[in-house]
Design a binder for this molecule. Sequence first.
Ligand code: SF4
Length: 335
Amino acid sequence: MTWQNQLIIWYQNNKRHLPFRETNDPYKIWVSEIMLQQTTVTAVVDYYKRFIERFPDVETLAEAELQEVYKYWEGLGYYRRAKNLHLSAKQIVTNGQFPDTYEDLLTLTGVGPYTAAAIMAFAYHQSYGAVDGNVLRVIARLKAIKSNIMDHVTVKHITSIVNEDISGYDPSAFNQGLMDFANAICTPRNPKCDECPIRESCTAYQQHLENVLPIRIKKVKRTESSFITGIITYEDSLMLVQNSAGLLENLYGLIQFEVDSPYSFIEQFKEAYGVDLIIDCFLDDYKHVFTHKTWYMHAYHFIVNTPDHLPLYSREDIKKLPIPTAHLKIIKNHY
Ligand code: SF4
């Protein structure tokens, strides 16, 4: 059985019952998708019900006063969404019909690629993959994609995979299945691989990379630096280097390189020290603010099997070394 079929079966047995899943009406789906932007499903349900009761179709919404629309949005936040919804409702009524192509949906104010794809799939049953951060994570793991999912090239690549893999399957069940699955099983931290219905098709799982992928590194401003920072261990000792220059001169710190992937880190490390590293898992993201500079540190755990000449320190040694605060936090939490 294909992973898509396994996912859909899982979804049928485990789906969350939500009012906006019980309709094919593009207007109602559009309202729910706009509400779901930046807001959790649980928070949206009651707002959605009240909104649809008062504004059951696009004409009623277009005729309403903006003040009243805001009133029904009160508490949901990001009020620009309500304004855009009202504006687009007027636009739709003027055009005479609800847009029914991906391109036309994108012309509505406040509708981006994700929302347009979701409406195409849920209302019109077209093979469009609605790709958000959750779907990026699942597909990056399933296909062991090692490039940065914050990079638009990776997003494009994953979107094309999803659009290909959805073909021939029920687009609604596939997309909603992926969402619920991402939420319940393939979670950002410690995915529940033991309970996973698509484990056999998951390359990250086979390669023990489920706690490494996806790579998710934000671009930083010029006054900021972004590092991959390594907790590099050999048995119970930790690698630290004494900095000869820079902000942390003379202090002992973790190894870090200004690269955007732990795999580039492994390459740079090999060049610098001639030793191979094995990636174990992603640990956490850290931020440290110096007077004129901010560091973003993406910490990963790496293992060395051949310590050779590497500067490795025991726990006792480390207590005596001067270590900068920026790295002390990471060491305390993960070593
Ligand atoms: S095996 Fe684990 S990492 Fe792979 S899809 Fe399932 S839950 Fe996600």
